[in-house]
Design a protein around this ligand. Sequence first.
Ligand SMILES: C[S@@+](CC[C@H](N)C(=O)[O-])C[C@H]1O[C@@H](n2cnc3c(N)ncnc32)[C@H](O)[C@@H]1O
Length: 197
Amino acid sequence: MTEIFSYTACRQLLQMFLAIFFFHSSEYVLAIAFHGRSNVTVRSLLVSKNYFLAMICSVLEYFLEVYFFPGLKEHWWVSNMGLVMVVIGEIIRKMAIITAGRAFTHLIKIYHEEHHDLVTHGVYGYFRHPGYCGFLIWSIGTQVMLCNPVSTFAFAIVVWSFFAKRIPYEEYFLRQFFGSDYNEYAHRVPSGVPFVK
Ligand SMILES: C[S@@+](CC[C@H](N)C(=O)[O-])C[C@H]1O[C@@H](n2cnc3c(N)ncnc32)[C@H](O)[C@@H]1O
């Protein structure tokens, strides 16, 4: 039982809590900043039922392993690498939101709005989907930080599959909105999500 209240467990769980708190609160604040309070709902906190369940499972895995295999959590270089991934993922995602501004909507636009211009500068010059690339790194990083082998693998598969389906759907509409400009952009710039063209 003492393992659950050890320095390692307290520090890793506190880092996890701060990572989640900062990620979601900053998503909400930025959504309000770019879209106005009246256009933003609690959905902009980006906490879905499945996501919540995944996080609960990852914390359960952590408690089981810290109790039965406490040595697993003492790989500090692994945990610190996870922390670096969390920070890098967060930076890439927030750079995407700030660069795209009003074009960055949490729900995919299926109708072209007048103010919606194609963004290809800044971080969008390196990846077509920096917001998704950042989230992928961030979410896997949270599990590497906890030294959770099962959830690291599960998060990588689930989050990657989600974006592998979402990107072609999103790009179908972007091609309709921006035509050859988007085709040329997609030809030139990688998606930012591994193995997604
Ligand atoms: C959740 S945001 C994600 C944006 C992007 N996929 C990313 O990962 O940074 C989804 C919205 O961004 C818009 N969007 C995606 N790429 C864009 C671009 N290069 N320029 C303008 N709007 C874009 C889409 O139309 C969609 O409504």
